[in-house]
Every structure is written in structure tokens, then in C-alpha cells.
Design a protein around this ligand. Sequence first.
Ligand SMILES: Nc1ncnc2c1ncn2[C@@H]1O[C@H](COP(=O)(O)OP(=O)(O)OP(=O)(O)O)[C@@H](O)[C@H]1O
Ligand SMILES: [Mg+2]
Length: 484
Amino acid sequence: MAERFGQRFTELLPRPRLRRRTQALLTSAAPSPIWRFPPLAGLFGNLKVRPKFMVLHNLFFVLLTATIYFSLIPFIEQRINAARTREEAILMRAFMENRVPGEYLPVIGGAAELQLPAEAQGFLNDYPRAAYRHQQDTREFLFRRLPESGRYQRVEFPSDTYDSFTHRVRLTLFFVLGAIYLLSVLALEFLIMPRYVYSRIRMMLDADQAVRENRRADEVIDRERILDDEIGQIMHSRNVTVQALRQHEDELAKALETLEAQDRLASLGLLSASVAHELNTPLSVLLGSLEKMAEQPCDTPTRQRLDRMLRVTQRIKKISESLIDFARVRRDVFEPVRLQPLIQEAWDLVGIDEKAIAVKFKNSVGVIDTAMGNGDRLIQVFVNLLRNALNAIKPGGHIEVSSFVTIDGGRRWLHLKVEDDGPGIPPDVLPDIFDAFVSTRLDSRGTGLGLTIAEGIISQHGGTISAANRPSGGACIEVKLPAA
Ligand SMILES: Nc1ncnc2c1ncn2[C@@H]1O[C@H](COP(=O)(O)OP(=O)(O)OP(=O)(O)O)[C@@H](O)[C@H]1O
Ligand SMILES: [Mg+2]
């Protein structure tokens, strides 16, 4: 862009030689890709902020005081000199008219007594009405001849007073300006800059150090200590950046954890599914043969034995089917699913069980609560949860499903709680309740896969499931799903 502009510019020049020269100059002076500071500026730039400010303050105040001093002094001296000239003129006239005020201490005496030089004597003899001005060392005198007595009168000009006054003024100005300079530098360096600049730079450096050392408690600067200026804005923005980075880091760690767990689950699913698949065919044959045998007439003990064998084989088949179901990869279609009717449908399926007739079920899910998900898979989850609750409670017990909404990470979430007033989840089961084959009903009809499958489905929906015991007794399983 700049190159093209240079070319256009040279084309506009009138003479070819000038054009060539300018072009050469432009190309040779192409800016270096890295900006370089001149050596002294670089040296200054490399200083830490505090010494840098110290150099600048001192330079500034020295220049300021010097400027004030050197512009005031000539002005004052001019005024003093003007006053001195005026006083001299007045004194001279008064002396000539013999009206010198007493404070000038006029002295009368002979020429030798007053140290009157010969040339002055000659001048005053020639011009008896005139006055003679004469300097002796640093003092200045006026002489005149008294015609009546032939003696001389002398007064001294007050030059000394003016000189010492000028000197005093210079000295006073120098010390006053010096004191102002010193106080200003001290106030800046020890009060203002440490409070408003240095300490806050230190704060940011410390917080950055904490980020590097992963000390999370110290890496965010306390809001109370942030002022509303540009440094404060930088502090705010670094706080926000650090917090966002940490949040991403945590999310990533969580995602990795979930991925690992899912990976483990997938391997487990794959393994169990292959075993279950291998078992399915012989199991079907065994079940078919047992059913055939059961159709034949036989004595009571044999019938009882056959029934038991049928029950056990059916249970093994159910486990095997559950395992295959657990490992099945599905491409589910997700759509808005209204949860209140879904819970009702799940309960209707569970309610086929005889025990359900004696149980009080309450569906308190919000009428408009709608989650994003796959209805068939979600029914599977709630059938599992309701069946577990039904298995746990005594006849006449209560089961309630309720819902509430939260906002988390900028998204709306639906929480569904399945609660019962049964004995609660055994403490030894609770920590691993979502692991496969964890069950207190393995000896009866449970496979220990119900909650494992439920957790898999919920995590496919991007949600979570958790289990706890209620303080008032009974279990509470909470499902969190993304709201539609
Ligand atoms: N509402 C509940 N109250 C008490 N304990 C429960 C409840 N829900 C689950 N549990 C406990 O958690 C265990 C695991 O439940 P899960 O649904 O995974 O397997 P299961 O019910 O034993 O077998 P399956 O569901 O495969 O038939 C149960 O055996 C039971 O001990
Ligand atoms: Mg179950």
C-alpha cells in the first residue's frame, strides 16, 4: 500500500532525474520491519517505571525552577536598578541644594580628612557650584565645596544597600524555588506515585506471578482495590481474561474427565455386548427347550424345578439383552420434549406392576417444561428411576416427580427430581450407584444396569444425573437436562 503510494507520488514529479532520485530514496528508506529506538532512548526505555518517572520528574522540576528563577531575576534586578537610579538622582539634587536628609550622614571636613583626590579638588575649585562623584573601593561618594568655609562636604551613595538587597533577593528566590522543587519531588515520589501508580503496577505483577504459579486465590485482583482510571481498566480486563481462561481450563478438564469416563464405559459396553451376543443364541435354545419341557405333564417337584429354571434363564436373557442395549450406538433425533406427559407415560408403564396400585404417585412437573432430547430414550430413563423407587418403597408409600428451572453458563436447564419415601439408597451403594452391576437386587430381578444406562442416556443429552438420600428419608435422583 505504502509502496504503491510512493510510486504514484514519484510519477507526479516533473523532472525525470528528480523522479529517479526520489524513487531511489523511497526504496532505500523503506522502513525496517522492527522499530528501533535510538541508543539513549533505548537506555531510558529499558529503565524500570520508577527510575524512569524519577528522571522525568527531576528533569521537569529542574527545568521549571530554572525557568522561573532565570526569568524572575532580571525583572527584579531591573526594578532594583531603577529604584537605585531614582534615589541617586534625588540625593544628587538634595546635595546640590544643601538639603541632604540626616540618614545619609553628611560629613564636613578638609580635603585630606575626606580623602578627596587632587583632581576632585581642582574640579570643585574651578566649578564651585558643582558636585563631584567619586568611587573608593566598593563605596561611592559625592563631594561639594562649601564656599563660605572653603571646606568640603561628603555624602555616601547607598550602593551597598542595593547590592546586598539584590544578593538577598537572588538567594531567597533560589532557596524558595529549591524548597518547592524538593517538596514536589518528594510528594510525587513518596506519596502520589506509589499510591496511584507503583503499588498498582506491583499488584498486577503479583497477580500475574500468581497466574504463572497457579495460585488461584491470588490471581484475580480484588475489586475493592481497583480504581476507575486507565490502570483500573487494565486490571479489570486482565481479571476478566484470567477468569475466562480459568473457566475454559476447568471446562476442558471436566470434558476430558467425561471423555475418559465415556471411553471406559464404551469399552465396557463393547466387551459386555460381545459376551452377551455370544450367550444369546445358546440362551434362546435353552429357554425354548425349557418351555417345551414345561408344556409336558410332570410331577409337582419337577414342575417347581422347571419353573425355577425358566425364571433363572429368563433373568439371564434379560441381563444379556440389557447389555446389548447398553452398548448399542444410536443416532438419536433430538427435539423439544414436554416432560409432564413423558413422566406420566413412564409411570403408566411402571404402573402395570401390581405393587403400583397401592402407591401414591404425584406428577408435579411444570406443564410447559420442555427439554431438548429424544422422547423414547428419556422414557427409558424415567421408567428406570420410577421402577427403582417403586421397588424401594413399601405399599402405601409415596413417589413424586417435580421440576424446576435454572440458568447456568448462559443456558436454561430443567431439573427433574424423582423422590420417594422408601428406606433410601444404602450408603455402600451410593458412591458407585451409576457403575454397572452395582445393585442390591442381583439376587432377585435386578441387573444393576438400570442407572448405568440412565446415566449414559442423560450424558448423551448433554445433561447430568445425581443421586442422594433425602434428609427426611427416602431417595432423590435428580436429572438435569438442557431446556428447549
Ligand atoms: N429409589 C431408590 N431407593 C433405594 N435404593 C435405590 C433406589 N434407586 C436405586 N437404588 C439402589 O441402586 C441400585 C442400582 O440401581 P439400578 O437401577 O442401577 O439397578 P437395579 O435396579 O438393581 O437393577 P435394574 O435396574 O437393572 O433392574 C439398586 O439395586 C438399589 O440398591
Ligand atoms: Mg433399576
